[in-house]
Design a protein around this ligand. Structure first.
Ligand SMILES: *[C@@H]1O[C@H](CO)[C@@H](O)[C@H](O)[C@H]1NC(C)=O
Ligand SMILES: *[C@@H]1O[C@H](CO)[C@@H](O)[C@H](O)[C@H]1NC(C)=O
Ligand SMILES: *[C@@H]1O[C@H](CO)[C@@H](O)[C@H](O)[C@H]1NC(C)=O
Ligand SMILES: *[C@@H]1O[C@H](CO)[C@@H](O)[C@H](O)[C@H]1NC(C)=O
Ligand SMILES: *[C@@H]1O[C@H](CO)[C@@H](O)[C@H](O)[C@H]1NC(C)=O
Length: 386
């Protein structure tokens, strides 16, 4: 009697567990316990530099499943992305948590979305595999959960399959302020009464000297598009990560053609909202890509932010840019700032942006401040004396 009760209880626990955590046991398996990996199979992720255990929000990462023994390919696999919190929380609902998304963009069509589990991809066929690539788009900036676990299973055959160490990656969100973010966050209201004029300078730093890796073999085609952007209000967006690219940004990123984005900016000009000054800087081509491109623009207490972009050639859809750069601060207009720029992709073509790691710089300097308050006072005084 006691035995029966125990079995019932463990069955109950098992079925509850399966509901929450994806059971990666291959459906074909005749042995239900995984085998020792012996360091043969591995899942790796393309994190940049030293940041091996952290991810940045809204980025595309490449996951690779590999075997290091040419005589030991794998036939079946599964990759699941999940929140490790689920291990300890029986009320856990994977549908409610943003763990990013896996994308099956492999060229050999080796993977598809799993019907067995949430947030999982698996093999499409029984062929021998030596390497599988999957993309993982990390959670959005405002996602609540901080930790993400990527868990893989590889199966050699019905008897031998592996999970666990070397096939599991746990990452934490990077909460440091990104290097390329402006010094002040965007604020809805600006209480400054004056206007200011700024000069923005873009410095390209891409050359064979500075970035010999991945430098194109025919540099004659290399170049930056015009610098294009605007000063604008808090509620206006020219571009921002994780948003769908506007047709203008898409055209700029893919063809280095600014005509459409320029039109979008001009059409949004308004004294109460939208954009104020159109920013246009010279385009630079090889061998003059090191020459700066600059532009002047005006800001006021409605249009106290600016955004801008520069497309990179040759590239599928990469661009450099700053978005919602706040110039209005508690202590007056920002005097000067310099930030590095790293390439973004417009998400319109399948570019491999993670392979290029180079930075450019954007300097922004206040060059002139017009005090509206004073001019208004003077006018009033004149009126009185008249
Ligand atoms: C994981 O990889 C390391 C390095 O290749 C290896 O020493 C270790 O035995 C592997 N662990 C397992 C469980 O295969
Ligand atoms: C990586 O770590 C090494 C040694 O700790 C350090 O010298 C280097 O600057 C780091 N690189 C980056 C990109 O942080
Ligand atoms: C690869 O696996 C085979 C079969 O298990 C083994 O005999 C061979 O030594 C392995 N090769 C290497 C380089 O580890
Ligand atoms: C779950 O609980 C165990 C035991 O208390 C602990 O070691 C583990 O770190 C917890 N896991 C998570 C993801 O909180
Ligand atoms: C500015 O435009 C945004 C979006 O178009 C709108 O939500 C906001 O209310 C507008 N603000 C003003 C002051 O008109």
């Amino acid at each position: 009697m006691f035995k029966v009760f125990c079995i019932l209880l463990s069955l109950l626990v098992l079925s509850r567990g399966q509901k929450q955590r994806c059971d990666q046991t291959p459906p074909q398996a005749t042995v239900i316990t995984p085998s020792d990996n012996m360091g043969i199979y591995r899942m790796s992720i393309s994190t940049k530099g030293n940041d091996t255990n952290i991810y940045r929000p809204d980025q595309t990462y490449v996951l690779k499943l590999t075997t290091n023994n040419a005589t030991r390919p794998f036939r079946w696999f599964m990759i699941t992305v999940e929140d490790p919190e689920m291990d300890n929380n029986s009320e856990y609902d994977p549908k409610l948590v943003d763990v990013g998304s896996l994308k099956t963009i492999d060229t050999n069509k080796q993977s598809r979305y799993s019907e067995r589990c949430y947030n999982s991809v698996e093999n499409t066929d029984n062929s021998d595999k030596y390497k599988v690539e999957i993309h993982w788009v990390s959670p959005k900036q405002n996602a609540r959960r901080q930790k993400v676990r990527l868990r893989a299973m590889v199966a050699e055959n019905k008897e031998v399959w592996h999970v666990g160490e070397n096939l599991t990656i746990t990452l934490e969100k990077d909460d440091r302020r990104p290097l390329d973010s402006p010094p002040y966050p965007p604020e809805p209201n600006c209480n400054l009464c004056s206007e200011a004029q700024y000069e923005v300078i873009f410095n390209g730093r891409w050359s064979r000297m500075t970035h010999p890796r991945y430098y194109p073999s025919k540099p004659d085609d290399n170049g930056y598009s015009h610098l294009v952007g605007a000063s604008h209000s808090f509620s206006h967006t020219i571009w921002q990560p994780a948003d769908q690219a506007s047709p203008g940004l898409q055209k700029l990123a893919e063809e280095a053609d600014i005509s459409l984005i320029e039109r979008e900016i001009i059409d949004s000009m308004s004294p109460l909202n939208g954009t104020r000054t159109l920013i246009i800087g010279k385009r630079r081509f090889h061998p003059n890509m090191g020459e700066p491109s600059h532009s002047l623009f005006r800001v006021d207490n409605v249009h106290h932010l600016f955004s801008l972009v520069v497309a990179i050639k040759p590239s599928p859809d990469w661009f450099l840019g700053a978005y919602k750069f706040e110039l209005c601060t508690n202590v007056g207009w920002l005097k000067e700032s310099e930030i590095p720029l790293f390439p973004w992709d417009a998400g319109t073509m399948d570019g491999v942006s993670y392979e290029i790691q180079f930075s450019h710089a954007l300097t922004c300097k206040m060059i002139y401040r017009k005090n509206r308050e004073k001019t208004q006072k003077k006018k009033k005084m004149k009126k009185r004396s008249q």
